[in-house]
Design a protein around this ligand. Structure first.
Ligand code: C2E
Ligand code: CA
Ligand code: CA
Ligand code: CA
Length: 276
């Protein structure tokens, strides 16, 4: 009896330790997921507002742990803090090429944008990975675009140099979440930039708040003045789409058009109902 209860106690203790360890080891789980190539990618269509044609897609990292989806806002931030983000960025790129490489080679005007973190902009490391990876394919550099947030490089001369190198290699540069950072205007002129992405927060308020809904048209105007493209994100309603078109925006993404999709579903989306 003593041995039996000792065994039960030990098993219980072991179980409890395991549960706690699992909770504490998100970092460990993430490291393992990256190593085992378990980070998925969902592709959100980017459409031409006039024609609704899908011209490209944004690659968004996805992670399921024990069956539950972990939000990118959680695991990306974790990866940025625990040194895993570079490996994660590499994995996302590998997967884009694996899942959509043939499609990109066959549709040479279609592009995929990839989110990079501040760490990816401290050196040319990721650019070298990207160049080497695309060198094994027929994908054009312009088909892989770089999304960087203002947070990621403001004040950083290194980031400016790295972004310049991406651009010289043929990769268009998108400023993500534009308008949510600081001193957006002064540094814009000194940065190598091709496209501004209007943050979802400025699209959300369209039609509701007179004051903040006026931010989106200003960004469109800045884009025009500086000769940059503009993509609005988080478009959920027709009135937002109409408002953006009327003020001169050409491209957008959002649930009105499509949520982020697995690669095969993206390909079906691009080809439209006629191709099904
Ligand atoms: P983000 O780059 O601003 O991406 C847009 C986010 O808005 C995505 O959330 C997308 O699913 C969501 N979204 C798009 N359209 C709509 C809409 O109409 N309504 C609503 N409510 N949401 C919409 P997600 O996938 O959760 O990603 C969150 C953030 O995580 C991204 O924000 C990006 O900053 C980061 N992230 C995602 N994947 C990666 C990655 O591979 N690398 C890095 N460095 N960051 C990533
Ligand atoms: Ca983005
Ligand atoms: Ca964004
Ligand atoms: Ca955003």
């Amino acid at each position: 009896w003593l041995i039996a209860s000792l065994a039960v106690g030990a098993t219980l203790a072991w179980l409890i330790i395991r549960v706690f360890r699992a909770r504490l080891s998100l970092d460990g789980e993430l490291r393992r997921a990256i190593r085992r190539d378990e980070i998925g990618v969902a592709y959100q269509p980017i459409v031409d507002l006039e024609t609704r044609a899908c011209v490209g897609a944004e690659a968004l990292a996805r992670w399921h742990l024990h069956g539950a989806a972990i939000a990118p806002d959680v695991f990306i931030v974790a990866a940025e803090h625990n040194g895993l983000i570079r490996a994660l960025t590499d994995r996302v790129l590998e997967r884009i090429v694996r899942e959509l490489g043939d499609f990109l080679e066959a549709h040479r005007d279609f592009y995929v944008s990839i989110n990079v973190s501040a760490e990816d902009l401290t050196s040319r490391r990721f650019l070298d990975v990207l160049t080497r990876t695309l060198g094994r394919t027929e994908i054009r550099a312009a088909q892989i675009r770089i999304e960087a947030t203002e947070r990621g490089f403001i004040d950083a001369d290194a980031a400016r140099e790295v972004l310049k190198a991406f651009r010289e290699a043929g990769h268009p540069i998108y400023i993500d979440d534009f308008g949510t950072g600081y001193s957006s205007l002064s540094y814009l002129q000194t940065l190598p930039v091709d496209v501004l992405k209007i943050d979802k927060s400025f699209v959300d308020t369209i039609g509701y708040e007179a004051v903040s809904s006026s931010v989106a048209p200003h960004i469109i105007e800045i884009g025009r003045a500086l000769g940059l493209g503009v993509v609005a994100e988080g478009v959920e309603r027709e009135d937002q789409a109409r408002y953006l078109i009327e003020r001169g925006a050409r491209y957008a993404q959002g649930w009105l058009f499509s949520k982020a999709l697995p690669a095969e579903a993206l390909v079906r989306f691009v080809q439209g109902p006629a191709a099904v």
